[in-house]
Design a protein. Structure first.
Length: 249
């Protein structure tokens, strides 16, 4: 019995165009034609096509099949490389599914980094933006700490800082510097990496510093930036002098 191109493609679970492509690449022998000009494929063509399809289905490149010429297998190195790629694909899919489950449970929130959907409702717009930036700059263990820091109700100083207007007077700024420094000092005590983050970066220190500086200027107004700089300096000075409050306070 002889099959037409379409019949062969149907038997092999592929398409006519794919069969023609394999002819063009020299992977599948072109059969003889009938008197009417139509190709007539036999069992050897079907077997060869099924062999090629099996290799393609598991990801073996056409170039590898071409290299083997009339062979029907592939090398252990190629299979190992394909398997490694599949492992990465599976891991990405698992992470994506976990994130989707998180979004379904807590709302489809794209304003925060992965893993922050649960705490997103209590965050300010600037804090949400910072989680996205942090996720590109810091290692996963740092993001776990950031999530932990944000998974509590914001203290009064943080709330006031997040809503501080650009025209806040000096008295208001000075008072907030003092209060906000206490919040920052607690963070320095509980998370020492904040003072020396170099070993926890995904980027170079210079790239991280530039990105953070640009981000802060984009999401905070001048009054907030001034308070943040002064409060951070005060907190670091207190930490250096061991004048830190009990972190449990």
């Amino acid at each position: 019995m002889a099959w037409s191109t379409r019949e062969l493609a149907d038997l092999a679970g592929t398409t006519v165009n794919t069969v023609r492509h394999y002819h063009e690449r020299g992977l599948l022998e072109v059969p003889d034609r009938r008197m009417n000009g139509y190709k007539q494929y036999g069992v050897p063509h079907l077997i060869r096509l099924l062999q090629i399809r099996r290799l393609r289905d598991i990801g073996v490149p056409i170039a590898e099949i071409e290299r083997l010429d009339s062979g029907v297998g592939t090398s252990p190195e190629v299979l190992a490389a394909i398997d490694a790629n599949l492992v990465e694909t599976i891991e990405r899919s698992q992470r994506a599914r976990a994130e989707i489950a998180d979004m379904l449970q807590h709302g489809s929130i794209t304003e925060v980094a992965t893993g922050f959907a649960r705490v997103a409702p209590r965050l300010s717009p600037s804090e949400r933006s910072l989680t996205l930036i942090y996720s590109q700059l810091y290692q996963p263990e740092v993001m776990n700490d950031v999530s932990e820091m944000l998974d509590v109700d914001a203290d009064a100083a943080t709330v006031e800082f997040e809503s501080l207007p650009a025209d806040a007077d000096e008295a208001t700024r000075a008072r907030l510097v003092e209060e906000f420094a206490k919040t920052i000092t607690k963070a320095l005590v509980n998370y020492p990496w904040i003072a020396a983050p170099e070993t926890h970066l995904r980027r170079t220190p210079i790239s991280t510093a530039v990105t953070m500086a640009e981000t802060m200027h984009a999401i905070y107004n001048p009054a907030q930036l001034e308070v943040l700089v002064r409060a951070t300096a005060l907190a670091r000075a207190r930490a250096d002098m061991d004048e830190v409050p009990d972190p449990r306070a």
